[in-house]
Design a protein around this ligand. Structure first.
Ligand SMILES: Cc1ncc(COP(=O)(O)O)c(C=O)c1O
Length: 367
């Protein structure tokens, strides 16, 4: 045996699921100076009060492990307009991604079935693969990408999935399944945990949080975060809401200090200036209306729905448009690896001023 083979075999091998799985990769580098319409983040940054609070952070918030009770109380009081939450119904995580991973870690046993829609948010799949789960996907219907309710229900009956993820509105199609419909499914198929990823719900406005009672419906967990609305993507803060017992189980797989003090302080400041978040959401909704009206006049396929993004099928090809726009300072995302929408690009919606910049450049490149 040669020396190099000796070295290659000189460490314990990872689990077979890890060797087999594809890692989740996203083009994250060198984005800061460009107009970022590629990750659906808030495009203007957080409230000035967030920056102020972070600049005033005390040394002992850096040197001492973070505390979470004050933040959770703030969430109970300020996050939801009319909903009274029990503090134990709230889990806080290092971004929604960490909440998703923790849910798979808590419930996903090797051989269990994971059911979701297609195309949808990519991070669910490595989470299922790394636990050796069987993945079942159900495709959105037709050119309007409507929710495949009948087939979805048939798949629940056939495969009895342990975990069901519904991204609502769905990234990247924007498809929305009515909150009442989700409640009906969850109350009927109680063997499955329904995880409702509501990262983009604020841009639509039909959160299941308005109607759910976690004491009565125990098999629904709702995920939200402040990346897309409040401009805190870089700080990583996300939430899972659910029945106390379920949240307690999910918390068990978390490290004790996974959310750092900066994220805690920034979140409290962001919640103190909820008007800033609400104003941003309303600007995005107006900009969505405006850019949609522009595309309605064109003979180019586009698809708008519930999220702060839309799909576009460029005449000259998706990677061509993506590359050309990048060279002129605007980032968008080709959907080449997403089944059924391979030829499209996804464009995040920011303010109207930002969409005007996009529109003017788009016209020059693709029309
Ligand atoms: C549907 C969906 N869920 C979760 C996430 C992760 O968000 P966070 O930044 O809170 O980890 C994203 C981010 O793009 C997303 O699109």
């Amino acid at each position: 045996m040669s020396n190099s083979e000796n070295i290659n075999n000189s460490f314990p091998q990872p689990r077979k699921e890890i060797i087999k799985m594809n890692s989740y990769s996203a083009p994250l580098e060198n984005r800061r100076e460009l107009l970022r319409l590629d990750f659906n983040e808030n495009t203007i940054g957080p409230s000035p009060k967030v920056l102020e609070a972070m600049q005033k952070i005390k040394l002992n918030h850096i040197s001492i492990y973070p505390e979470y009770a004050f933040l959770k109380n703030n969430l109970c009081l300020k996050y939801f307009d009319n909903k009274v939450m029990d503090i134990n119904e709230i889990g806080i995580f290092n971004g929604a991604d960490a909440a998703i991973n923790a849910i798979f870690n808590t419930f996903g046993e090797r051989g269990d079935t994971f059911l979701t829609t297609n195309p949808t948010f990519g991070y669910y799949f490595p989470c299922a693969e790394m636990r050796g789960m069987k993945i079942i996907k159900c495709s959105y219907l037709g050119d309007s990408f409507s929710f495949p309710l009948k087939e979805f229900e048939e798949k629940i009956i056939t495969f009895n999935p342990k975990l069901i993820f519904i991204c609502n509105p769905n990234n990247p199609t924007g498809t929305v399944l009515k909150a009442e419909e989700i409640m009906r499914l969850a109350n009927y198929y109680k063997n499955s945990l329904f995880v409702i990823d509501e990262l983009y719900e604020k841009f639509y406005g039909d959160s299941i949080m308005k109607i759910i009672d976690f004491e009565k419906t125990k098999n629904i967990v709702v995920i939200q975060s402040l990346s897309k609305t409040a401009g805190l993507a870089g700080l990583r803060i996300g939430f899972a809401f659910g029945n106390k017992k379920i949240i307690n189980f999910i918390n068990k797989v978390n490290g004790p200090y996974d959310i750092n003090s900066f994220a805690v302080i920034a979140t409290i400041a962001a919640l103190d200036d909820k008007k800033y978040i609400d104003d941003y959401i309303s600007k995005v909704k107006k900009a969505r209306f405006w850019i949609k009206s522009k595309f309605d006049t064109l003979n180019v396929r586009s698809h708008f729905s519930g999220g702060n993004y839309f799909l576009l099928w460029p005449k000259k090809g998706s990677t061509y448009l993506e590359e050309k726009m990048r060279s002129k300072g605007i980032l968008i995302r080709a959907m080449s690896n997403k089944k059924n929408i391979e030829k499209s690009v996804r464009i995040s919606i920011g303010t109207k001023e930002q969409m005007i910049l996009f529109w003017n450049l788009y016209k020059k490149i693709d029309l």
